[in-house]
Design a protein around this ligand. Structure first.
Ligand code: NOJ
Length: 561
């Protein structure tokens, strides 16, 4: 792997609506983000990805953009954005924006013009097809947020348009070179403003299998999961290669793709030395245990051994081919500590353990806001507390499948995207210090105990543990090993133990005992030094320091000879 400027960095995701509100309107904003840059710097963050802040009706919380060249007034102004980029630079930090170009908003000028004249230039910016009463849809794909992907074109009962997400998110027609040029122009415009790069949204959907056709129905609604079509769509590389060459490469942009289904043979094309993207997220854990029927039928959390199999599967697949980006949560997922730790094992120590396990894998660690203080899922008690469109759909799917309201709420508490979107918990004051107004989404009631203020001066807090992890990854003595060293699973068959070696200039052994019982582990070589420990003591059981009795939930990083 060719070395790149961003390889040894630590990244952080901000969900702007819920991060920090500076003006009391209940919605986080750019000045709020600027006020927290020092906090992020101290945490050890270098790269900050901010979910969309462009002008938007916020039907999908900003992933429905109505103007790619302006900032939504609820988040601030373009001057605020420029100041944010500059303030980040002053601190040697890089800002990533979200590139949402599979679709735009139905309120975008392009779509409005397409509606005015479906046969004109902008009609061809979208997928618009004829519609006749009583005739089947052009295809039976199910939109990600439920229902068919086809929607009548406003004012044209004889026409319909395609949206693989919400009906307010019409898909852009990437087959049209004019669309692609518009996208590249926009990327260059933002890069000229001094961005570090982009996180690239839903990108795998830009290539459709054409002409439209049906796939076997996989639910009672007669529709078919979009993934079935994506499996067969060929040629996305032509678009991505062009985007890389025309828009990213000239700026050495750092790009991280939301890629769910890269086939093994495609990984090199995606994130190899000359790949379309710098990196892409590892979603192996995210996808594990998800049922085609819906959330109600999916696994609420993973066992330690299932989680272990996910991370090692990815590590083996990627090897030295490129740099994957490691996550345990993001704005579309429940809180990592509630998904990758069994409820009976959830405690301060296990939160730190999970942090250590994923953070020190080979790859770029991304921290999602609030993860660094161990924020947890929300307990939803009524449907009215749910904001997210995807959760509302899954809620209905659960009811239709015969689940009770109580079960559907339990399901939401385990999977809802709102779990990650509750306001950031800064302190124990009103609204967790997020806003002086009324927060747009309920604050998790546990903010009185889980918050930044309570943790920042406590050496043993989850927050301090994240700082230690970032420091270790950047320590000049260990950096090369932690960034480029091989990741070799260790004692993989041992139940509830997650262990691996990072082997480079140094040999570092990462040991995590994710269970309520102690576990004695033989090391492959004598221990030299204990570099990190989530508990107070390390119990070597022999004189040569080649065996450790790990306490329940203990996590240690040991340098071995
Ligand atoms: C993925 C984003 O992360 C998610 O929040 C959004 O709803 C969809 N893409 C559509 O843009």
């Amino acid at each position: 792997m060719k070395k790149q400027w961003w390889h040894d960095k630590v990244a952080y995701q901000i969900y702007p609506k819920s991060f920090c509100d500076s003006n009391g309107d209940g919605i986080g904003d750019i000045p709020g983000i600027i006020s927290k840059l020092d906090y992020l710097k101290e945490l050890g963050v270098d790269i900050v990805w901010i979910s969309p802040m462009y002008k938007s009706p916020l039907a999908d919380q900003g992933y429905d953009i109505s103007d790619y060249y302006s900032i939504d007034p609820r988040f601030g102004t373009m001057e605020d954005m420029e100041r944010l980029i500059m303030e980040a630079k002053r601190r040697d930090m890089y800002i990533l924006m979200d590139l949402v170009v599979n679709h735009c908003s139905d309120e975008h000028e392009w779509f409005q013009k397409a509606v005015q004249d479906p046969d004109g230039k902008y009609g061809n910016f979208f997928y618009i097809r004829d519609r006749k009463e009583g005739e089947p849809l052009p295809c039976n794909w199910r939109s990600y947020f439920g229902g068919p992907v086809w929607e009548p074109l406003p004012g044209h009962p004889d026409k319909q348009y395609l949206h693989v997400f919400h009906k307010k998110q019409p898909d852009l027609n990437w087959e049209n070179p004019e669309v692609r040029e518009e996208v590249y122009k926009n990327i260059r415009w933002w890069m000229e403003k001094g961005l570090g790069g982009f996180r690239i949204d839903a990108i795998i959907n830009i290539k459709k299998k054409l002409p439209f056709s049906d796939y076997p129905a996989d639910r009672d609604d007669g529709l078919s999961y979009i993934g079935n079509m994506l499996e067969e769509a060929q040629g996305i590389g032509d678009f991505l290669g062009e985007m890389q060459e025309k828009a990213f490469r000239p700026y050495q942009a750092f790009t991280v793709g939301e890629v769910f289904n890269a086939k093994e043979e495609e990984i090199k094309n995606f994130i190899g030395d000359d790949g379309y993207f710098s990196s892409m997220f590892d979603f192996a854990g995210t996808c594990y245990g998800k049922s085609g029927k819906g959330w109600y039928d999916s696994r609420k959390y993973l066992t330690p051994d299932e989680y272990k199999s996910c991370i090692f599967q990815t590590q083996r697949k990627i090897g030295d081919m490129g740099m994957i980006s490691n996550i345990i949560e993001n704005h579309d997922e429940p809180r990592g500590v509630c998904h990758y730790i069994r409820p009976e094992d959830l405690c301060e120590a296990s939160k730190k353990l999970l942090a250590g396990v994923y953070f020190l894998l080979k790859g770029l660690p991304f921290i999602y806001q609030g993860q660094e203080i161990g924020m947890e899922n929300m307990k939803f008690t009524s449907r009215d507390e749910i904001d997210d469109i995807s959760t509302l759909d899954e809620y209905q799917v659960a009811l239709d499948a015969g689940k009770s309201e109580e079960e559907a709420l339990e399901m939401a508490s385990a999977f809802s995207r709102d779990n990650a979107r509750t306001p950031m918990q800064w302190d124990a004051g009103e609204n967790a210090g997020f806003t002086t107004g009324t927060p747009w989404l309920h604050v998790n009631p546990n903010y009185t105990s889980i918050n930044v203020a309570a943790q920042k001066d406590d050496e043993d807090s989850v927050l301090s543990f994240y700082k230690k992890l970032a420091r270790l990854r950047k320590n000049p003595v260990y950096k090369d090993t932690l960034v480029y060293g091989e990741c070799i699973p260790y004692l993989e068959e041992e139940e509830n133990l997650i262990a691996y070696e990072r082997a480079g200039e140094k040999r570092l052994l990462i040991l995590a005992n994710l269970q309520k019982d102690s576990k004695t582990v033989a090391l492959p070589a004598p221990a030299e030094e204990v570099l990190l420990n989530n508990l107070k003591i390390v119990n070597f059981t022999d004189e040569t320091r080649q065996e450790i009795a790990l306490a329940p939930y203990q996590f240690v990083v040991v340098e071995i000879l």
